[in-house]
Write a protein that binds this ligand. Structure first.
Ligand code: NAP
Length: 245
């Protein structure tokens, strides 16, 4: 069974679709019950929607418990849920920093802890995939707080990969570049000239286009498979070559 957080939108929805196509039962989670139920209906027997707000007290632990109760096991966790943050670093209040870290870091750590305990106790191990960002690696003005949250998730990935290896729990990161999702559309809408910014963004990507959610989902699905059994502690950029420049 695979638990995907943030499966009610964008990249997470396509990750759920890919993992279901690979034969895993997917527990698809998010806050929006309308989109969550629609995804579960689309995937039929291959998926169950479990509503959870990961910033609520014991939200992550409750979600992992609910998923394990449903299927009796947990083989894959995809830590995908996140919020965006844009704002001049020097004008960002601590409350916004905390809110960003609450979802992007604290909830992701709590999900990883709860899931890894189940994987350890099962004796089977498992795969944990953290969705970071190219912004964990590079600086872009006004994105510092978001970058810091994704950098923390990247550091968690390498540290947890080493600490959890004795139980055959693999921990990897996938670092998307700009990807066409509601998060991207919202960011674009905030720009002074969205059409010009979109053109500029695409022209700076060596492969010449903005990623589709399924470009990211395909790599996540590979990391979840047994073919990736010897891969842990890695961060795979899915950014059309942007970080390679
Ligand atoms: P998105 O469309 O905005 O979706 C975000 C998902 O996270 C939604 O399903 C949302 O649930 C869920 N979520 C947010 N806060 C939550 C909370 N407190 N509790 C539970 N679920 C919560 O984002 P996306 O663009 O697909 O991004 C997916 C991942 O890729 C994120 O980690 C993002 O940082 C990363 N990423 C995206 C891009 C990009 O260009 N799109 C680039 C680099 C990295 P509801 O909608 O149900 O509230």
């Amino acid at each position: 069974m695979a638990l995907v957080t943030g499966a009610t939108s964008g990249i997470g929805t396509d990750i759920a679709r890919r993992l279901a196509a690979d034969g895993l039962h997917v527990v698809a989670s998010g806050r929006d019950p309308v989109r969550g139920r629609a995804l579960a209906a689309e995937l039929g027997d291959a998926a169950t929607f479990v509503r959870a707000d990961l910033t609520e007290d014991r939200g992550p632990e409750g979600l992992v418990d609910a998923a394990v109760r449903l299927r009796g096991r947990l083989d894959v966790l995809v830590n995908n849920a996140a919020v965006d943050h844009t704002g001049a670093l020097l004008d960002t209040p601590a409350s916004e920093v905390r809110a960003t870290f609450e979802t992007n870091v604290f909830a992701a750590i709590a999900c990883l802890q709860a899931a890894a305990r189940v994987m350890r106790d099962s004796g089977r191990g498992g795969a944990i995939i953290n969705i970071t960002s190219r912004l964990a690696h590079i600086g872009v003005p006004t994105m510092s707080v978001y970058s810091a949250s994704k950098g923390a998730l990247l550091a968690l990935t390498t540290a947890a990969a080493v600490e959890l290896a004795p139980w055959n729990i693999r921990v990897n990161a996938v670092a998307p570049g700009m990807t066409r999702t509601p998060l991207f559309s919202a960011w674009l809408a905030e720009q002074r000239d969205p059409v010009a910014v979109e053109h500029e963004v695409a022209s700076e990507i060596p492969l010449g286009r903005i990623a589709l959610p399924d470009d990211v989902a395909a790599v996540v699905a590979f990391l979840a498979r047994t073919e990736a059994a010897y891969l842990t502690g890695a961060s795979i950029p899915v950014d059309g070559g942007y970080l390679a420049k």
